[in-house]
Design a protein around this ligand. Structure first.
Ligand SMILES: Cc1cc2nc3c(=O)[nH]c(=O)nc-3n(C[C@H](O)[C@H](O)[C@H](O)COP(=O)(O)O)c2cc1C
Length: 307
């Protein structure tokens, strides 16, 4: 009997036609993969991180390949709030994709101003606050590394945010569950985990770091086991939905995160290898559901059997 597959999910108030989204910074403002697929095929598109003012990012070289992933020290380059609202958001809105806007600031005030403006813009389904990027020297990292500071920031953002708020956590902490609980308590609607892990690469013969910034964020398959473990631990500790991110390159990877407790998954570095990765993953999830007689994706969220 043919199954009538249901892929719809709802992550803290963001309704999505399927559980697969792009990860911030890896799909631009929705224009990056236009020749490879229509953005409306995605469950959601998470934009590059937006700041109040435009940013040029860090000096080059700012990318380095590693055996099972990549290091980046882009430094949150982006067009800034004004250009995003005037030039980038309108075509994205018209494409019909569910838009989640990733954003970051250097102070609580900046986060609040961004959240207020972005969440009232037409065509924005939700926001994702990046409190975790390891690449900038001021701002982001301090907020995400301390549960109390993170909670205070989220309380401030929530007070002015008119749309669902996903809070994206840093894995560069001793106890990610403590941060997750603090942001849940402060009113986050969902938790995105994880951002990149801080790493470095060296050119031995030159005895120099490969990245001009010395350190960068590690992403790709290398981080998948860590991300999976963190998503599993967070999902067991909080009641709000979890958005799983980190090294997902196949439908099986995505389904592992879902079984571990993620309601949504994001695809980042895999899109640099195959620009159609998110679309292949959606198709692969459907095939797996058919094979395993799973009619609704929601049936398997967080259903990991424990030994
Ligand atoms: C080039 C690049 C740029 C990124 N920019 C952002 C960003 O602006 N904001 C953010 O929250 N995460 C950013 N990230 C982190 C990703 O969204 C994601 O959390 C991380 O790469 C892990 O997923 P992956 O292994 O599937 O790439 C960036 C990652 C890469 C590789």
């Amino acid at each position: 009997m043919a199954l009538n597959l249901k892929l719809e999910v709802n992550a803290g108030g963001v309704a999505m036609k399927n559980p697969v989204a792009t990860a911030s910074g890896t799909a631009g403002y929705g224009d990056a993969y236009a020749e490879f697929y229509h953005p409306a095929e995605l469950g959601a598109l998470v934009t590059k991180g937006i700041s109040l003012e435009p940013r040029l990012g860090n000096p080059t070289p700012r990318m380095a390949e590693t055996p099972a992933g990549m290091l980046n020290a882009i430094g949150l380059e982006n067009v800034g709030l004004k250009v995003f609202l005037n030039e980038k958001l309108p075509p994205l809105r018209n494409s019909g994709v569910t838009v989640v806007v990733n954003f970051f600031g250097n102070t609580e005030d900046e986060y609040a101003r961004l959240a207020e403006t972005l969440s009232s813009a037409l065509g924005v389904a939700g926001l994702e606050a990046n409190i975790s990027c390891p690449n900038i020297k001021a701002g982001g990292i301090e907020f995400g590394t301390d549960p109390q500071v993170a909670g205070k920031l989220v309380t401030r953002i929530k007070a002015v945010c008119a749309k669902p708020l996903w809070v994206k956590l840093s894995p560069n902490v001793t106890d990610i569950v403590a941060v997750a609980k603090a942001v849940e308590q402060a009113g986050a609607d969902a938790i995105s985990a994880i951002n990149t892990l801080k790493g470095m690469a060296i050119d031995l013969d030159e005895r120099q770091p490969i990245l001009a910034n010395v350190t960068g964020g590690l992403s790709g398959p290398a981080i998948k086991p860590i991300a999976l473990r963190m998503v599993y631990e967070i999902a067991r500790a909080v009641k709000i939905p979890v958005v799983g991110i980190g090294g997902i390159t196949s439908a099986r990877d995505a389904l592992e995160f879902i079984v571990a407790g993620a309601s949504v998954v994001q695809i980042g570095t895999a899109s640099f290898v195959d620009p159609r990765a998110p679309i292949q993953i959606i198709a692969g999830i459907k095939s797996w559901m058919r094979e395993h007689h799973v009619e609704s994706i929601q049936e398997i969220i967080g259903t990991l059997k424990r030994p």
